[in-house]
Design a protein around this ligand. Sequence first.
Ligand code: SF4
Length: 332
Amino acid sequence: MNMIAAVPAWDAFAKKALDGEPLTVEEGLAVLEANDDELLPLMQAAFRVRKHYYGKKVKLNMIINAKSGLCPEDCGYCSQSIVSTAPVPKYTLLEKDTLLAGAREAMARKAGTYCIVAAGRGPTERELAQVVDAVKEIRATMPLKICACLGILKDGQAKRLAEAGVDRYNHNLNTSKANYPSITTTHTYDQRIETVEKVKMHGMSPCSGVIIGMGETNQEMIEMAYALRELDADSIPINFLNAIPGTPLEHAGRIPAMKALKVLALFRFICPAKEIRVAGGREVNLRSLQPLSLYAANSLFVGDYLTTAGQAITADHQIIEDMGFEIELNAR
Ligand code: SF4
């Protein structure tokens, strides 16, 4: 795509998104392969779509690592997996008081959503009961939305979480169906789809996203965006691999910052009305270009990730303020 033809093309992509039409594969490739000199017009077009649905509001989310390490699965990107030698904290599910203290911290950071994340293939009955107990109390005492991320759910478990007041359940697709077996062998892509469908069936909002930078092709990134559009995920965290020493993907390298922005624009065009979150790996991959991500994304994680540090909350609040955006305080 030459520079003269490109500018109107991005506007046309924004119009298509606003008309509810997904980009074609060729158009998606044009976004991902855009000349770096086209970055600002491209992000401006993504911003048109983002602004239509979300104005200049930014949703903040805070994670608590409610159960760390000790996971029998072999996800190649994960420092908590059985095949990782990364020195991560290992502990069983946190006590209720600690989960409640985390919720109060989320409030202090102006996060509207508190994400309770536990390592593992899926929750045991005991773990589920502990989460249910904490969720009921948080819902009764704080105006937070609650997202749970506990792995693959068995029959009945999604229902119990929904009844306890869990608003949203996160279960990422992570990568393309074709690339899945090279990332994880202990569960399948289809099992992940099944859990997201269970979540929807019980009325929780589906949160499902990807990790970019795990050997997927540009075409596969587009397939991932189509898959999430098809799945009707309300919230789409876009993680950029933070290659952790000791994990199988430790040498995968980082995504160039401008490419990461093109990926965010792609997801905004293909899933225009959804909450697109710049998630894990934001700081190490986007680096000094982090502020531009808000032109496509309308949601951020604040604070630390599961086993890696985020940046200071003041830095995130500063980006939002300096860009003229506004934190969306919880509507609950
Ligand atoms: Fe286990 Fe989840 Fe890590 Fe996979 S991503 S190894 S399921 S904690």
